[in-house]
Design a binder for this molecule. Structure first.
Ligand SMILES: Cc1ncc(COP(=O)(O)O)c(C=O)c1O
Length: 305
């Protein structure tokens, strides 16, 4: 099985140190309560970030999304952006990590006094956990591409559970991924409530048709940091890009398709529902990958001053 988060095995990950509410402890000792709101209800928010040459790429954009999500569900972070940056730095230094590192930063509503849903039962402040792993995306995925299957599970309307919340509860996405796996594919391609192609269970989705880059109008998908970077890079480099509704008809007939996400940057799609996408040549995606790598290098240089 292949996933968009396949990474090369790295034995150093057996002994990483994990941040738990201010302490940095060996992964075997890193624990949260069974009464934690995240464990009990999926009541929390998270961010996935990558470290390039000592710099957390697009940290401000990740923090904008994170603090916006927490505010929207009245989850008091208990610190500001600088506080999160110093917790990240403490964890990074403890692990002596510099490059090819992926981090999952998780904040929950904290430990509850009773095993019930009401948020007022979470009385001891939030739980902040930071897991950092040595992680280099597996090369084979970038050559062979990923297989998608369209799944029955759709992206919902924003008044149900807005897809813009990067919440601990990812059950909607997990169900989509299971359905894709049962259909013999690697990841699920999810439609919106109107039947237009929207996103996959873990990444944002793009197609290329006749030199144009298309992605969903953004109404029902995660507001991906990488998605926005790709759109911005296309606009800045005269690659026609459109956020619009389109159907499976247009996705099956695309010349190229690819996914975006912080971990894999841009991951090619080999097939959708058993149909090969294009010829396997991906000149537009390759150009975007080059532009994205350069954008990261520029960003890292600017951060380092
Ligand atoms: C469902 C979903 N789509 C897309 C993404 C990619 O977002 P980003 O580019 O910010 O990593 C994520 C990452 O958290 C996600 O959970």
């Amino acid at each position: 099985m292949t996933t968009t988060h396949d990474a090369l095995e790295d034995p150093r990950n057996a002994d990483i140190l994990i941040y738990v509410n201010g302490d940095v402890v060996h992964r075997d000792e890193a624990k949260v309560s069974v009464y934690d709101s995240g464990f009990m209800l999926g009541d929390g928010m998270w961010e996935g970030m990558r470290l390039y040459d000592g710099v957390w790429a697009f940290f401000d954009e990740h923090m904008d999304r994170f603090f916006n999500s927490c505010k929207a569900v009245s989850l008091d972070v208990g610190t500001d952006k600088a506080g999160i940056a110093s917790a990240l730095e403490k964890t990074r230094q403890a692990n002596d990590m510099h490059d090819d590192v992926h981090c999952r930063l998780m904040l929950t509503r904290g430990v509850k006094v009773k095993p019930f849903q009401h948020p007022s039962l979470s009385q001891s402040g939030p739980t902040l956990v930071i897991i950092m792993e040595h992680s280099k995306p597996a090369d084979n995925l970038h050559k062979k591409g990923i297989r998608l299957a369209t799944v029955p599970q759709v992206r919902g309307l924003p008044m149900a559970q807005d897809a813009k919340y990067n919440s601990h509860s990812k059950l909607n996405c997990v169900i989509a991924c299971l359905q894709a796996e049962q259909a013999g594919a690697d990841e699920g391609l999810m439609l919106d409530p109107h039947g237009f192609v929207n996103t996959t269970n873990a990444c944002n989705f793009f197609i290329v048709r006749r030199g144009e880059v298309w992605t969903s109008n953004g109404d029902y998908c995660m507001n991906g940091v990488t998605r926005q970077k790709v759109i911005d890079l296309c606009r800045a480099n005269d690659i026609p890009v459109f956020e619009k509704n389109y159907s499976l008809y247009e996705a099956y007939g695309a010349d190229e398709a690819f996914l975006t996400g912080t971990f894999g940057a841009q991951t090619p799609v080999a097939e959708i529902d058993g149909k090969s996408i294009g010829t396997g040549d991906r000149p537009v995606m390759a150009r975007i990958q080059t532009l994205y790598k350069q954008a990261i290098a520029d960003h890292v240089a600017a951060q380092k001053g």
